[in-house]
Write a protein of this length. Structure first.
Length: 257
């Protein structure tokens, strides 16, 4: 997996950074030297995802790219891939009036078959899959903030609210994951993803265990108890969730079912 980024400052608009990063990566896929290397190394496709944070130097967008190869690559081949991709990507950025330092422009980390398999089935642990699919909600490091950390701060911080609105306008309609052409079929993921309308029209069977008040749900989210709450609900026992909530100082709220 590689993480691509570019230099930025507080003066840069997120939409402009996103556009230049996307354009540079599109140009890389058409680069002749990179294309020849993909054939040589047996790279059959890529899966990519955007991640963005906001920090002292403004918006910091980067794109994770998972390279899928037919075979395990040797240390020398991995070094060749890293060097070629970094060099060609930086050259493409320069042609667009952007730049990035050699040591941070493209950062590679190695995975194995299990890493890719875990990614494809979205294993519920924080690994390569989580790095690529949970970018908007993960916690930022080095004093920065992820988009949904900005949203949380927006309750009392007008600047955070404006920044989240900028993020929303920039990424509205952007796919979180993008597969290179033909890779989904190669991985056996031939079923077409359902639209939001199709998912909403599905009639899922379920058991109503409890209905929470808006205030209780807000507290569950603030305490980061959504996952544990769902785990507690798996027992499908009436009354169990009320007890679970009470043990954590919570109540379903007035008028609950």
């Amino acid at each position: 997996m590689a993480a691509f980024t570019l230099q930025h400052s507080r003066a840069d608009k997120l939409a402009e950074l996103k556009a230049d990063l996307s354009a540079a990566l599109r140009a890389l896929t058409c680069d002749r030297e990179y294309t020849r290397l993909k054939v040589k190394l047996g790279i059959v496709g890529t899966i990519s995802a955007f991640e963005v944070t906001f920090g002292a130097a403004g918006w910091h967008p980067h794109r994770h790219c998972l390279f899928v190869s037919e075979r395990a690559l040797s240390s020398a081949e991995l070094a060749e891939l890293s060097e070629t991709v970094s060099r060609r990507y930086i050259a493409i950025l320069k042609r667009r009036g952007r730049y990035a330092m050699d040591e941070v422009a493209v950062v590679f980390s190695q995975g194995d078959r299990q890493t890719v398999a875990d990614y494809v089935v979205k294993e519920q642990t924080w690994n390569t899959a989580s790095e690529m699919t949970k970018a908007p909600v993960k916690k930022a490091s080095n004093g920065g903030a992820s988009p949904f950390e900005l949203l949380e701060r927006s309750k009392t911080d007008d600047k955070a609210a404006r920044l989240f609105q900028e993020y929303y306008r920039t990424f509205k309609g952007t796919h979180q994951l993008q597969y290179s052409r033909g890779l989904r079929a190669l991985l056996g993921l031939t079923e077409q993803a359902k639209t939001d309308a199709e998912l909403a029209a599905q009639e899922d069977e379920g058991i109503l265990l409890v209905t929470l008040s808006r205030e209780t749900w807000r507290r569950v989210c603030e305490l980061e108890l959504r996952g544990p709450l769902l785990e507690a609900a798996e027992c499908q026992i009436y009354g169990h969730l009320e007890q679970w909530l009470a043990e954590r100082g919570l109540s379903p709220g007035p008028g609950y079912q």
